[in-house]
Structures are given as C-alpha cells and as structure tokens.
Write a protein that binds this ligand. Sequence first.
Ligand code: SF4
Length: 223
Amino acid sequence: MKKLQEIEGNGGTMDKKNRMLLIIKRLRREYPVLRSALNFRYPFELLVATILSAQTTDAHVNKVTERLFVKYRKLDDYIAASPEEFIQDVRSVNFFNNKAKNILAAARMIKETYGGRVPQSMEELVSLPGVARKTANIILYNAFGMTEGIAIDTHVKRLANRLGLTLHDDPVKIEHDLMAITPKKEWGDLTHLLIAHGRAVCQARRPEHQKCILANICPSRNS
Ligand code: SF4
C-alpha cells in the first residue's frame, strides 16, 4: 500500500480505503477534541438525549435536558413518571409525543428485561422502543467506548455522499459502505469528525469548498 505522503494530493486515482485514511488524518488535525455534543451523565441519559435529538438540534436538546435531568434523576424516576406530564416536559422538541412514549417505554423495558442497565450490544439496544442503529451506535461508543458500527446522522450522510464514499441514500447502506473502507478502531471517531466538518465547513446549503482541507480529494469541490 502506498504511504499516505505519496498519495496526498492525488485524489483522482486514490482508492476509497486510502482516501478514507487521508480524510481521517486531515480531520483529526483540524478537529483534535472530539466529544458528543449532547450532554449526559450516565448511559440512560444519553439514550434519552439521543432519542430527543432526531430532527432537533443538539443545542436545543441540551436546553431541554438541562431541566429534564434535574427533574428525572434516575431510571426509576422515568418509570414512575406521569406520561402526560413527561410529554409536557419535552414538548418543545419535534415529534415530542412519540419520543416521550418511546423514552418511558424504553425505561420500563430496561428495568424489566435488562436488570435496570442500558444493554451494551447492538442487538439488545435496537430491541428498545425508539432505538435504531444510529442511536445504538452513538450509545455504544459514547457511553461504553464500544463499536459495532458507524452512526450515520444527517451530516455523516451528506459528507459521505459529497466525498464520494457512498452512492447510497439509505443510512444502513451508507453505514455498510463506510465500514468496508474504514479501520474498525476509527468507526466511533469518524462520526464525530464528519459532523464537526459538516458543521464548520461542509454545510448543507453552502459548502465552503475554497477553505476546505479535503478539497483536493473531494469529487464535489466544484459543485
Ligand atoms: S470540498 Fe466542498 S463538498 Fe467536498 S468536503 Fe469540502 S466543503 Fe464539502
């Protein structure tokens, strides 16, 4: 395999695995500090915040959970919650009704089926109400430091397509494509890196190609 120095600047002919390594290398330099943008103190709170974050900004979710996590301090508080009151507590996020029901149902299932602890496998996590692969990947990596896949959110999806790393629109297929070209030890951070770059430079409406550190290896740089 060619050394990274040899292929740098040769985006047109580089294969996808090498290009991915180079993308990760450059993004790590640009965004050295990586962490979940969602605030939480323990795994169930991350599950709550992640469910609330669908179609809602992380900043807004953090505002909502700042109060929520004071009112509901432990799993049993969610289990004892009045559904009507809980719905009111999260009503400022999109799809609050369904999200509230899923959070309370997930709390009950964690208590009854998993002994009160958020499970630590993809298979068990996706059995919880409101939890699909993206949420499960986020919880596995950010709460437990484990990787079984790559969390595909709206930024990751957009950048993977613009960077020519996938031709798919479906998150599960995109995840499959990215897993095939990314070393497993990078799966967790890749999500954070692409989100950071998506927010800072490669925004949905106005990507700033001219100041992008990936421009010479990105097939969308002239679009
Ligand atoms: S060159 Fe443009 S499209 Fe490609 S990653 Fe950079 S900002 Fe996004």
